[in-house]
Design a binder for this molecule. Structure first.
Ligand code: SF4
Length: 171
C-alpha cells in the first residue's frame, strides 16, 4: 500500500452507528480490500486508489468531540491493509477510554501468522474482532453484527491472554 503512515485512506465515516458493534460507535470505512468476497455490500471500498486521504488527527478530534460515543469501529475495505496507521489511531482512542471493534476479511489465525509487526500492534488495540470473509452461502440476517455464519465475534484481549479463541458474548 502506498498510503503514507501519517494518512489513512478511507471510503467514508459514520458519526453515530448502532449496527457496527455495541453502543454508539463512530465507524471508519477504510478504502482498499484484496478479498473480493462474492456478494460484498461495500464494493466501492475495494479499489486501493479510491476514496480519500484523511489525517488520523482530524478523525481523532471529530471522535473525541462526541461524548455519546462508546467506541470506534474500523470497517472496510480491509483495515489490516493499513495496520500501522490504525494501530496508532487505536492506541490514542483507547487511551481516551473508547473501545475498538474491527472487521476483517482475514481470520484471526491468519493475522497471528503475519510477520508484519503492525498487524500485531493493531490486534493489541482491538477489543472485538469480527473475522473472516463474507460468504454468501452462509448469509444469515439473524446474526448480530456479522453477515455470514463463518464470521466470529472474537474477544481479542482474552484470546491473546489465554492463547485460545475466546468468543464475545454476542456471538
Ligand atoms: S472483506 Fe469485507 S469489504 Fe472486503 S470484499 Fe469481503 S465483505 Fe467486502
Amino acid at each position: 500500500m502506498a498510503v503514507p503512515a501519517h494518512r489513512l485512506q478511507i471510503a467514508g465515516t459514520v458519526g453515530e452507528s448502532i449496527v457496527d458493534g455495541e453502543g454508539y460507535r463512530y465507524t471508519i470505512f477504510t478504502q482498499g480490500c484484496p478479498h473480493n468476497c462474492f456478494g460484498c455490500h461495500n464494493p466501492q471500498t475495494h479499489a486501493f486508489h479510491g476514496g480519500r486521504q484523511v489525517e488520523p488527527a482530524k478523525l481523532l478530534r471529530d471522535i473525541l468531540d462526541n461524548p455519546l460515543l462508546e467506541g470506534v469501529t474500523f470497517s472496510g475495505g480491509e483495515p489490516f491493509c493499513q495496520a500501522a496507521v490504525l494501530a496508532e489511531l487505536g492506541r490514542e482512542l483507547k487511551g481516551s477510554g473508547l473501545t475498538i471493534w474491527c472487521y476483517t476479511g482475514y481470520t484471526l489465525e491468519a493475522l497471528l501468522g503475519s510477520r508484519q509487526q503492525a498487524v500485531r500492534h493493531l490486534l493489541q488495540q482491538i477489543d472485538v474482532l469480527v473475522d473472516g470473509p463474507y460468504i454468501e452461502e452462509q448469509r444469515d440476517i439473524s446474526l448480530l453484527f456479522r453477515g455470514s455464519r463463518n464470521q466470529r465475534l472474537i474477544d481479542v484481549p482474552q484470546t491473546l491472554a489465554k492463547g485460545q479463541i475466546i468468543l464475545h458474548p454476542d456471538q
